[in-house]
Ligand binder design. Structure first.
Ligand code: 5AD
Ligand code: SF4
Length: 450
């Protein structure tokens, strides 16, 4: 639909609350919505019960994530946190996936928007306030929002920057190409300007985001195509950037120039997330992943040669339609060969409209659960081994804030992405500190400052 932008609608007031589910790109979108609504005159409310407008940024990757949002709405309603006057704006990937369906599923929703239309939210709210009719707006060019959004607000020691929108890979199980659309890269200069703003605001770590960052192909000021490796060199050259992370990397596009950049640039963190999804070539081909388990092993070997201390994490789907015991054993074999760190695994979730949704499946839910359980136990073991190895080592950590559990402690992040807590003065927040790891706990490490 076309939105008529009435300048009167730009000046608004009231409070808003943002709730976010899903990946880091959704976190980035949520932050940009905070910038946007603040610039439009709204004040953020940390709690939903005080808010005039509630903004939901949702994830459509698995059915479970989607269900959580609707349950949350029902829960707030039952507690009286939202009433007929609360304006509910439903965005994120489920917004573009289900569009008008959402209003039928939950009548309290007033506005539906998508990842590509986040920048129009003040207008959409203004329009709803005038007409009191549901507004649905989920389509726009991929990069339109980046031009329309206000300057980035203050983010803290680590700042996310979305460098590309969408994905064109069309893995057969995945809904992202339908919700976020085809891949489109932001211009180099726009990204570098955003890095400079964050660094001026105190960020030390820049986390580049995209569904598939390795295939970044943005334009330079001269109109040349810039590859992801060149973007890494450019970001690393900016004064004040002390650490770079990037997510997510598709193994298929992990080219030698990117491996060389990782070798050349110590500012790139020691941890890389490379979703493998399965260790079975049969399943990988049905997933349309365009690599084999052996080519993945070779990639890992090259990365470890370039950076011996690299920690590799991954995503794995179990229970893809007709995954056999042998297929699953191949996944376990790959996990043991690569020795993944801090990884994620999920039971396959049917997503309507994707090619895999039409595949028949003869594997029981019980078998899938058992596979997930075995896999997760092994992944956890491997992560613990890495944590144990860190005992007694010195780590350079970026202090992100106060520890949630004990406010006398600071929470920081090591280069390999481990959370480290230690006693220290809050003035250290936002700085890089050297600490010695003294104790390994379930998901954190305890340290002392050196
Ligand atoms: N079912 C289960 N997991 C999925 N993922 C993506 N689509 C699905 C699906 N239909 C997982 C992949 C991806 C991560 C973000 O979510 O492992 O890497
Ligand atoms: Fe989905 Fe595959 Fe694109 Fe990742 S690379 S977002 S799994 S289609």
């Amino acid at each position: 639909m076309n939105i008529v932008i009435d300048q009167d609608l730009m000046i608004q007031n009231g409070t808003f609350h943002v709730a976010v589910w899903g990946c880091q790109m959704n976190v980035y979108d949520a932050d940009r919505i905070r910038d946007l609504l603040t610039a439009a005159g709204y004040v953020e409310s940390r709690e939903p019960q005080n808010a005039d407008v509630i903004v939901l940024i949702t994830c459509a990757v698995r059915a479970k994530a989607e269900d959580k949002v609707f349950n949350q709405l029902a829960n707030w309603r039952s507690k009286g946190f939202i009433n007929e006057n609360t304006i509910i704006a439903f965005g994120g990937c489920v917004g573009s996936e289900l569009a008008e369906e959402i209003i039928k599923l939950d009548k309290s929703v007033n506005i539906v928007f998508g990842p590509r239309t986040t920048h129009r939210l003040p207008q959409l709210i203004g329009q709803y306030r005038q007409t009191h009719e549901a507004v649905i707006d989920v389509t726009a060019d991929a990069l339109e929002k980046f031009d329309a959004l206000p300057d980035q607000g203050i983010r803290g020691p680590s700042a996310f920057i979305t460098i590309m929108e969408g994905c064109s890979n069309m893995c057969t199980y995945c809904i992202v190409p339908y919700t976020r659309g085809k891949e489109d890269s932001r211009a180099l200069q726009d990204i570098l300007d955003e890095v400079v703003t964050h660094v001026a605001n105190g960020a030390k770590e820049i986390h580049l985001l995209g569904q598939n960052v390795n295939s970044y192909r943005g334009l330079s000021n001269e109109g040349d195509i810039v590859r992801f490796s060149s973007l890494l060199y450019e970001v690393a050259a900016i004064d004040g950037v002390e650490r770079i992370r990037f997510t997510t990397s598709n193994p298929m596009e992990f080219t030698d120039d990117i491996i060389q950049a990782i070798k050349d640039l110590p500012v790139i963190a020691d941890s890389i997330h490379i979703p493998v999804q399965s260790g079975s070539d049969n399943i990988l081909s049905k997933m349309r992943r365009n690599y084999t388990s052996d080519s993945y092993r070779e990639l890992v070997a090259k990365l470890r040669e370039a950076r011996p201390n690299i920690y590799i994490s991954t995503d794995i789907i179990v229970g893809f339609p007709n995954e056999s015991d042998e297929d699953f054993e191949e996944t376990m074999r790959l996990v043991n060969d690569v020795e993944f760190d801090q990884s994620f695994s999920f039971i396959y979730s049917i997503r309507n409209g994707t090619p895999a949704a039409s595949l028949e499946d003869n594997v029981s839910a019980e078998v899938k659960k058992q596979r997930l359980y075995r896999l997760q136990a092994r992944l956890e073991e491997l992560s613990n081994v890495y944590s144990q190895r860190m005992l007694g080592t010195t780590q350079r950590v970026l202090v992100e804030g106060l520890s949630k559990k004990d406010s006398r402690e600071l929470k920081a992040r090591a280069s390999n992405n481990r959370i480290v807590v230690f006693e220290g003065d809050p003035s250290l927040i936002g700085t890089m500190v050297d600490v010695k790891i003294e104790k390994v706990m379930a998901h954190t490490l305890k340290a002392v400052m050196i």
